[in-house]
Ligand binder design. Structure first.
Ligand SMILES: Cc1cc2nc3c(=O)[nH]c(=O)nc-3n(C[C@H](O)[C@H](O)[C@H](O)COP(=O)(O)OP(=O)(O)OC[C@H]3O[C@@H](n4cnc5c(N)ncnc54)[C@H](O)[C@@H]3O)c2cc1C
Length: 326
């Protein structure tokens, strides 16, 4: 079989890249082994326009968010689903200092609203990803990068030929022989799925480091922890205790405890581009803790780069790490 592109991974990164390639008329084959603890299967899908103690607008948000919103709506229409939910993020202040900082930032940040709200959204990834999976050519198996044969015109893998293979492997990429010299800075996050019938809110609640996201039917996602120092991807008792402490005043029952590794790079910007020595091998990774807002726009950029040779935005281009790959 011949394809234009083989995509490895169908988290939010592989989903967005395959969506834009198919939209541009390319024949795409996706390999995904559907690890249950991959980041996109664990994430709450929050899109938050501000970050940090000063509520600064996130990097390129004014460009990235409208692009993402439009993409999710197009996918909803194409797939017959609803996955994009505009939601207010309601802050419950852990300190007076935070409240003061919010009031100060509100003077010139249109995403902050009286008295404690931020204009956000969340993406229901557990609706979007399976719906897209049904529409694509997919092999539900592990892809072994060491078995790729490279020629002057493209690649061949177990009898399948393509112009290029693009790795969207999330936290698995550091083990990939083509990308192991890239610097990754992955970190582990854990969350609880709780039943809290008394909470009755459609807002995202943010209380210090704990964020609670409505999932429907009295269920909520409550997370997340953040750790650079971990030995495995399993849910841990330490993280559970931290999350439970944050939920102390909310009557709830724990339904599930989930964990995954966030695929981050050292500068917290996506890692996008073609290998300096292998023109038929690419990467689309480094979404960190913002896959839902960054992946649509970054995938749009990458597809224009692949098909029209448009330059990538410098901050996401893996050229910034070419010295490491040489
Ligand atoms: C607890 C937690 C909470 C989060 N909350 C949010 C949030 O609210 N909002 C937000 O925007 N982001 C959030 N994130 C971050 C978000 O999850 C990531 O940015 C995003 O999911 C990364 O997507 P990805 O497609 O790059 O990787 P992944 O989601 O890890 O997907 C990679 C896929 O590739 C497959 N794969 C890998 N290697 C191979 C191979 N060799 N062969 C076949 N298949 C392969 C895996 O099985 C997986 O399906 C959160 C992360 C965590 C851990």
């Amino acid at each position: 079989m011949n394809y234009d592109y083989i995509i490895i991974g169908q988290g939010i990164a592989g989903t967005m890249l395959s969506w834009f390639l198919q939209k541009a008329g390319q024949q795409v084959l996706v390999y995904d082994d559907a690890l249950p603890n991959s980041a996109s299967r664990v994430a709450a899908g929050i899109i938050n326009p501000v970050s940090g103690r000063k509520f600064e607008t996130a990097w390129l948000y004014d460009t990235i968010f409208p692009f993402a919103e439009n993409t999710y709506h197009e996918m909803e229409a194409a797939l017959g689903i609803t996955c994009f939910h505009e939601r207010l993020i309601q802050n419950i202040w852990p300190s007076e200092q935070m409240e003061r900082a919010f009031k100060e930032a509100m003077k010139n940040n249109p995403y902050l609203l009286e008295p404690t709200f931020v204009k956000g959204a969340n993406i229901q990834l557990n609706t979007l990803l399976p719906a897209w999976r049904k529409k694509i050519n997919i092999k539900e198996e592990r892809f072994n990068a060491t078995e790729v044969n490279i020629s002057t015109t493209g690649i061949e893998y177990q009898g399948v030929k393509a112009k290029a293979v693009i790795f969207c492997e999330g936290a698995q990429s550091p083990a990939n022989p083509y990308w192991k010299k890239l610097k990754f800075l992955p970190n582990k996050g854990e969350a609880l799925i709780i039943s809290a019938p008394e909470l009755k809110t459609s807002h995202i609640i943010k209380r210090g480091n704990l964020t609670i996201v409505p999932m429907g039917e009295d269920l909520y996602w409550a997370g997340a922890t953040f750790s650079w120092d971990y030995t495995d991807v399993l849910p841990s008792e330490t993280a559970k205790a931290t999350l439970e402490a944050g939920l102390k005043t909310i009557p709830h029952k724990v339904i599930d405890h989930i964990a995954a590794i966030r695929p981050s790079g050292p500068d917290r910007r996506p890692l996008v581009g073609i290998h300096p020595h292998q023109p038929h091998i690419g990467i689309f990774n480094g979404m960190g803790s913002k896959g839902c807002s960054l992946a649509p726009w970054a995938a749009g950029q990458f597809v224009k780069h692949l098909l029209e040779a448009a330059p990538l935005q410098q901050e996401i281009d893996i050229k910034r790490y070419f010295n490491a790959l040489r």
